[in-house]
Design a protein around this ligand. Structure first.
Ligand code: NOJ
Ligand code: NOJ
Length: 463
């Protein structure tokens, strides 16, 4: 156990250095709970209001993916290796347990591995894709490390039907990505930007792994399906409103969600980011256009967002899932969430890193809003116009540092509303700023770890 220091407001650098190890420790405490099977990961230890005492496939996969990226930290290596192996065993049980959806898209399980039979928004087909991405990246590390036997026995066996976790998931994704399913918020049945991003990245990175393991037919199939997804995703662009739509082919659920603008687009871009197979990456024009609309949708939505400074430094708005959200209403409206606010920080830091590598930045109708917001968050303001072509030099540097500064403004919001002992719940109160809902949410900590690592520029996050 860490001796958790209480820390009143300090500058972001000190704060992030203190909070990252706490967040890692908090995540580890939610893995393999005593009353569950080894390898199960609690979404939160909260057993009521809400009851999150489950292994959610999506949350667990994101956790493992982040831990895999931490693998380079020597102190964790042995521990992580056995933790991930237990997660693999637990995932195999999940894949083979009969469930109400009878599909790998079953969203959550009890921590003892048994199925949840009550009504729920199912299937949620981002789950198997996210589990595949997490384990593909781990398999790549194992292969580099000369541990091919474990990979071919447990992760990718090249058989059909497969008895290994990654291949079973990839075959499911490759054959079922067209199916309608519930979104990551478990509310809307349709075709979702977030889900599609996870599916195509799983298939692209999976095709590369299949090829490395000489399963060439499968590799070709995964790439073909990924290409079809990419072509089909053109349908998410809403040129009139200048942002990506979160759901198309809407079949039911949340019919009050009229804007179709959701932080899920930003999460989809950040979590779908693939260094070797970029697609709608965090600095993509359409993603930035969506980020600008999201920022504006939340700017005046919550009373707490009228506080715009912390210790004299600019503080960004608290961000929720989407502006019409009514989940856990607080006077009729849902609250801001830590993981959504942190997604905006991560987007900014990752976009800055990507622009840094680009030769030129072309200013256009899609990116001008967010880039101008970023530039103006630094002291000296510069006016950009559509058609400008920015090459290396002073203005490019301003864009990059502006994005980092903007990322910090959202991070400060989390610094302000998170508890002094470093704990984070799911939400914070839109009126008072105090933490609310599921305590110690694994996904909140994972989001903080990702954001801090991007900020520190260490190569933890998929980079
Ligand atoms: C509810 C969220 O909407 C969903 O995305 C998440 O998987 C679960 N909570 C567990 O954290
Ligand atoms: C419970 C889910 O966890 C949450 O994400 C969702 O918004 C509500 N169900 C919708 O009813």
């Amino acid at each position: 156990m860490l001796d958790i220091p209480t820390l009143a407001l300090a500058n972001l650098k000190e704060w992030t250095a203190l909070r990252k190890p706490i967040a890692i420790q908090k995540v580890l405490e939610n893995i393999s709970p005593e009353d569950g099977r080894p390898g199960a990961i609690l979404a939160s230890p909260s057993r009521s209001n809400p009851n999150y005492y489950f292994h959610w496939v999506r949350d667990a996969a994101r956790t493992i993916r982040t831990l895999v990226a931490l693998q380079s930290l020597d102190t964790y290596e042995t521990f992580l290796d056995s933790t991930i192996k237990r997660y693999v065993e637990f995932s195999k049980i999940n894949q083979n347990t009969p469930t109400p959806s009878n599909s790998l898209g079953e969203p959550k399980f009890y921590v003892d591995g048994t199925a949840y039979f009550k009504p729920w928004g199912r299937p949620q087909n981002d789950g198997p894709a996210e589990r595949a991405i997490a384990l593909i990246r781990w398999a790549n590390l194992l292969l580099e490390d000369g541990r091919k036997d474990y990979v071919t026995e447990n992760l990718y066996d090249g058989k059909e039907p497969s008895e290994s976790v990654i291949k079973a998931d990839l075959d499911f994704v490759g054959n079922h990505w067209q199916d309608s399913c519930f979104d990551l918020w478990e509310e809307v049945n349709g075709t979702h930007f977030y889900t599609r991003m996870q599916q195509r990245t799983a298939l692209r990175e999976g095709a590369a792994l299949a090829k490395a393991l000489k399963d060439n037919g499968a590799s070709t199939f995964y790439n073909e399906q990924a290409e079809k997804i990419e072509d089909d995703m053109e349908r998410f662009w809403d040129a009139q409103n200048n942002h990506l739509k979160t759901t198309i082919d809407w079949k039911g659920g949340a019919n009050y969600k009229y804007s179709n603008l959701d932080i899920a687009i930003i999460l989809g871009s950040c979590y779908g980011y693939s260094k070797d197979f970029p697609f709608y990456s965090p600095n993509h024009d359409r993603v930035l256009a969506s980020a600008f609309s999201i920022h504006n949708a939340f700017l005046d939505l919550y009373p707490i967002n009228s506080i715009k400074e912390l210790d004299g430094e600019p503080m960004g708005p608290g961000i929720g899932r989407y502006s019409e959200d009514i989940y856990n209403p607080n006077g009729g409206k849902a609250n801001p969430w830590f993981l959504c606010t942190l997604a905006m920080s991560s987007l900014c830091y990752q976009a800055a890193k990507l622009y840094d590598k680009d030769k030129t930045i072309k200013i256009n109708d899609q990116n001008i809003g967010f880039i101008s917001l970023a530039i103006n968050s630094s002291e000296e303001s510069t006016k950009l116009k559509v058609g400008d072509i920015i090459k290396s030099g002073k203005i490019k540097n301003k864009i990059i540092s502006g994005l980092n500064t903007l990322g910090d403004t959202y991070l400060r919001r989390v610094q302000y509303h998170g508890a002094e002992d470093g704990s984070l719940s799911e939400q914070f109160d839109l009126n008072t700023g105090f933490m609310l809902s599921a305590r110690d949410l694994t996904w909140s900590y994972i989001s903080l770890i990702i954001a801090i690592d991007l900020r520190d520029n260490t190569p933890i996050n998929d980079d």
